[in-house]
Design a binder for this molecule. Structure first.
Ligand code: BEZ
Ligand code: FE
Length: 312
């Protein structure tokens, strides 16, 4: 057998054909989707390595980074998801899985501070349990893409306090369930509640991902936002944010969560009589925000994966 024949029969590793050689090893019985995923990853990974031409030291530094990222993970901290977030991959996966008809409220990432089981409140309740921060009135409607009100929609909201921390990050400092709540839209689709104006805050940056951000000249701040999940029978659930328009980080959100259609108008209200009507003191911020739901297209809604994740 000539060398040429042997090469054709036994594809040993060579720099030029490295990805093809690796991918050819996959067994005929392997799951087809896994095979497709792995072959694409191998193809692009080898292409990246060929373009980068890392030294051994650089390759080891990359392995150490991934090892440190794994070591940072525990029941409360998922550093790999954080890595995916800052690389824009979480938003990309979210966008691919939540393409909506025009006019429907867009999705954004869930974030690590969602906690299921928020307290249920009547419309008008104040979810700020410690009275700290600039008062805010949030009101609006849940409607469908034709503008018709959706009655009985569940609107779950959560946000940081005025220091930029979620309640779960400050156990014993903030009251449990501070700035979280679940509301139900009324017969005309309307909802309203009181809270405080959201402010920007850094994503957890005391681990390898935070260090990497610093090394590549990026800050860890998220633009000021309030999270919400809106669900109603017959409609696609929406996991989304409302952003304040005046935040300095709006165009440089650390996890790329900002979308044009999610930036709200926040009006500063000085009228004391108006404030009293809503159980507030002037000045307060008022944000009027409608959630527009798209009709349900599949049995599985975009929030079902959260329940699976919580269950695991
Ligand atoms: C958040 O908005 O809560 C968040 C999102 C991604 C990473 C960290 C925090
Ligand atoms: Fe957040």
């Amino acid at each position: 057998m000539t060398t040429g024949d042997r090469k054709a029969k036994y594809p040993y590793f060579e720099e030029d054909t490295s990805a093809e050689v690796v991918n050819a090893r996959m067994g005929a019985d392997a799951d087809p989707r896994l095979k497709q995923v792995m072959s694409i990853i191998v193809k692009h990974l080898h292409a990246a390595v060929k373009e980068i031409e890392p030294t051994h030291e650089e390759w080891l530094a990359a392995i150490k980074f991934l090892t440190d990222t794994g070591h940072m993970c525990n029941q409360w901290r998922q550093e790999f998801i954080l890595l995916s977030d800052v690389l824009g991959v979480s938003m990309l996966v979210d966008s691919i899985n939540n393409r909506r008809p025009s006019g429907a409220t867009p999705n954004t990432i869930l974030g690590p501070f969602y906690v299921s089981g928020s307290p249920r409140y009547e419309n008008g309740a104040n979810i700020c349990l410690d009275g700290k921060g600039e008062p805010m009135l949030a009101s609006g409607k849940v409607v469908d893409i034709d503008g018709k009100p959706v009655q009985g929609a569940q609107i779950e909201v959560w946000q940081t306090n005025n220091e930029g921390f979620y309640d779960v990050q400050q156990k014993g400092v903030q009251p449990d369930w501070n700035l979280r709540g679940m509301f139900t839209s009324a017969h005309d689709g309307s909802y309203w509640f009181r809270s405080v104006k959201p402010r920007h805050y850094p994503i957890p940056n005391d681990g390898p991902v935070g260090k990497l951000l610093g090394q590549i000249g990026r800050h860890p701040n998220r633009a000021a936002h309030m999270h919400s999940i809106v669900t109603a029978p017959g409609y696609e659930p929406v996991i989304t944010h409302i952003f304040t328009p005046d935040c300095q980080y709006l165009s440089e959100d650390a996890v790329f969560g900002v979308k044009h259609d999610l930036i709200a108008d926040f009006e500063k209200v000085e009228d004391q009589a108006k404030a009293q009507k809503f159980g507030l003191k002037a000045p307060y911020w008022s944000v009027n925000w409608d959630f527009t739901l798209a009709p349900r297209k599949s049995q599985e809604g975009s929030t079902d994966w959260i329940n699976r994740m919580v269950a695991n």
